[in-house]
Each structure stands twice: as structure tokens, then as C-alpha cells.
Design a protein around this ligand. Sequence first.
Ligand code: FPP
Ligand code: MG
Length: 283
Amino acid sequence: MIWFNDNVSLLHYFSIKVLKTGRVPEHIAFIMDGNRRYAKKKGVKSDVGHSKGFDKLTEILKWCSVLGVREVTVYAFSIENFKRTQEEVNTIMNIAYEKLKCFLEEINEVNNLGLRLVITGRLSLLPKDFNAIASSCMIATRRNKKLRLNIAVAYTGRDEISRAASHIVDRVKNKQLTPDDIDEDLITSSLELGEPDLLVRTSGEVRLSDFMLWQVSNTVLYFCDVLWPELTIWNLLAAIIHYQRHAPASKAVMPFSKTRQMFLDQLNNRRLQQRLNEVSLTQ
Ligand code: FPP
Ligand code: MG
């Protein structure tokens, strides 16, 4: 199976079991950085680096699943990345498209494993065929509950906040919400991505690069020097130990009023409808 790399040895299982006696983050976000430097180091073309980067993501998924993590979010392609050469942008989009095609081919195994895939970002910037296949993957796995994988493509945190703000303004104009309904909790719930407990960035960069800006206010941050394709299970376990040493006490979640809950249900339905339209447009 391409999407769920099964490379967990007995030693890995044992080490994970020991770490699981402590608190494990429910949601981990990764800024997958260093693919091109990895390619340069190995004397190969950058598309090999990106391909190895995808393979690493599948390993991470397996490790996270054994750890009992419920949600993984990865920064695959930022809006800024469109400034790279057209050739590189096409290469990355092609890799992503081909991997999503494999995902659909492996859908029975994916569903048995309970993996839900969500692709988020400014869809209008992405090629039509990519959006269509992404929507098919999302629709096919939307009821899976064991592990959720969010892939941020054509994404920046500021853009995500702007899109949420625009949905809220629409609803205020339609009188479905009042200005008094707008507060931090409403904005938090209007974003597609939830708050990660731990954020890991590889390759020695110590910036957030506009990733999940709203969501990381209480997140434990972990920066390591290793290039993304070279990340090992031991690097991941070191990040979990870092989390266990620095995790804040968990906070209580307040229930929503009826109007706000209605707004959020409508927002989710609208997103789903948008995905369904993309799939039907290509059929
Ligand atoms: C960061 O390394 C990596 C990217 C910008 C692209 C990553 C995308 C993929 C591996 C495709 C994933 C596909 C799916 C379906 C998830 P970099 O290019 O910034 O490398 P550098 O920091 O060494 O320059
Ligand atoms: Mg980079």
C-alpha cells in the first residue's frame, strides 16, 4: 500500500508503547521542509526530493497511527510556493495528483484503516483535475474516524482566516448571524483546520511561514535540523517527548448557541456541496 507505509519494527512498537504511558498529542501539524536541499545533497533532481518527501508523509502517518494520534496536518504547498518556477510547480502538482489517484485505487484499504483525508486551501488557485480528484478522496473518506489527515495545498494561514471572515460577513448580511455572535470561538470553528497540540518543522528553519497562524496560539512548537525526507521515527519520538515536557493543561470547550451552531452546520454543508459540485463537473 502506497499510502500507509508499514515499516514499524518491534523496537519501534516497544518505544512507542513506552511513550504512550505519557500524554500523546491528539493533533500534530508538520511543516515538511527541506525536500530540495535533500535532493541537492544526494545529487538528484528536486522532483526526487519531493517524491521522497511524499514517502516520508506516508511513514509519518503509520507512526502517528500507532502512537494513537487522531489528526495530522501537513503544509504541502503554500500560496507563496506558486512563485517557484512553473516547471517545479507542475512537478509538485503532478506528484500530488498521482498520489491522490493511488489513494482512490487503495480506497478499500484506506477505509478499513479509518483514514479520512481533507484537502484544504484556496481551491480556485489549483488545477481543475487536482480539485476533482481531491474532492473524490474527501467524499469517499468523509465518514472515517480513526485518523484524519489534512493536507494544506495553496494554503496560507492568513488566507484561511480571510476566507472564514468572508463566510461570516455573508451570514451577517443575510441576518443569519448578528455582529454580536462574532467572537474568537466562532472564528476558530469557522476555520477548516483545528488547533494542533504539537507543530513540527524540519530542516532547521524556525519560522511559521504563515501556517495555521490562528490555530497555533497554544501549540507546542518543535524545530529540528533534519531535512524532511530524512526524518526518522526517533526524530518524531523526540518531538513527542518535547511535547510531553511542555504541554499546557488542556482547556475546557464551551458549547455553542443554536444560531452559531446552525451557521457552522451550514458552512460545513456548503463546503461539502462545493466538493460534490467539483466531482460532478468532471463526470
Ligand atoms: C518543502 O521542501 C516541500 C514542498 C514545498 C512540497 C511538498 C509537496 C509534496 C511532497 C507533494 C505532496 C503530495 C501530497 C498528495 C501530499 P522545499 O521544496 O521547500 O525544500 P527546500 O526547503 O530544501 O528548498
Ligand atoms: Mg523550503
